[in-house]
Design a protein around this ligand. Structure first.
Ligand code: MN
Length: 251
């Protein structure tokens, strides 16, 4: 049985040689969600992925760019009807972006409301020091029956992960999340039926080099023991989870 690798959050368009990155994903047995940081980049990415069944393209408005790209929420909303995938969006409360949080909240609320109005969307969410607030905004503005949300690079606590799982969230895990004992503990606490893999490439490193989508294999190897299974069983499980996630249609 065909069990592809899954990279459910990467930035193929930000690779130095992005055309080669897209071409490699077309050739390889790998399923990817490539995300955009601005809605202006979305159309080009759709063209680069055209004809591929295995490359999904997310329409995004990165919270780190909200201070300079606030106005792009209008463009995001106008493109949304054409995109099943929304990525990446969210809230960044880290030291560098903390002061733009009020603007980020306005933008993210509009994203969630628009997704709720249209229904059937799959979101990949960036949340830095904001897991609890993101869960509460999902609860208020985007009911589970209207969309599915994936926490990308989840950086919250065990109890925040539990709260996210309770509102139906999935989690895409990467190698950086397996580096410290406390983050490994969070990964181990995730419900296995909600676990996906990702690289956030090219922004992470694998074996000292900039990551590429196929590096999810090293994440499978490192994460599998946390779930008491081997890498190939986790690989199969992640692919089942993607299929379950994507079977979602709104009522
Ligand atoms: Mn990202």
């Amino acid at each position: 049985m065909h069990q592809p690798l899954v990279d459910y959050h990467c930035h193929l368009d930000l690779f130095p040689n992005y055309e080669a990155a897209f071409a490699e994903c077309r050739r390889g047995a790998i399923e990817v969600l490539t995300v955009t940081t601005t809605p202006r980049a979305w159309q080009k990415n759709v063209e680069l992925a055209a004809g591929s069944q295995s490359i999904r393209v997310g329409l995004g408005l990165h919270p780190q760019l909200v201070a300079e790209g606030h106005a792009e929420i209008d463009l995001f909303e106008s493109l949304l009807a054409r995109s099943r995938y929304v990525a990446e969006v969210g809230l960044d409360g880290g030291a560098r972006f903390y002061k733009t949080l009020p603007a980020q909240r306005i933008v993210f609320e509009r994203v969630l409301r628009a997704c709720s109005a249209q229904g059937g969307k799959i979101l990949s969410i960036h949340a830095v020091r904001t897991a609890r607030e993101v869960v509460s905004m999902l609860r208020t503005h985007l009911p589970e029956r209207r969309a599915r949300a994936v926490f990308h690079w989840f950086a919250g606590s065990v109890s925040e992960a539990k709260a996210a799982a309770e509102v139906g969230c999935f989690f895409s895990i990467n190698s950086q999340m397996l580096r410290t004992e406390s983050s490994r503990e969070v990964v181990a606490s995730l419900p296995l039926g909600r676990v996906l893999t990702e690289t956030d490439a090219p922004f992470t490193e694998t074996a000292g080099a900039s990551s590429k989508p196929s590096d999810v294999y090293s994440t499978l190897k490192a994460a599998a023991p946390l779930f008491g299974i081997d890498a190939s069983a986790l690989q199969a499980r992640v692919w089942e989870n993607v299929q379950e996630l994507e079977r979602f249609e709104y009522p």
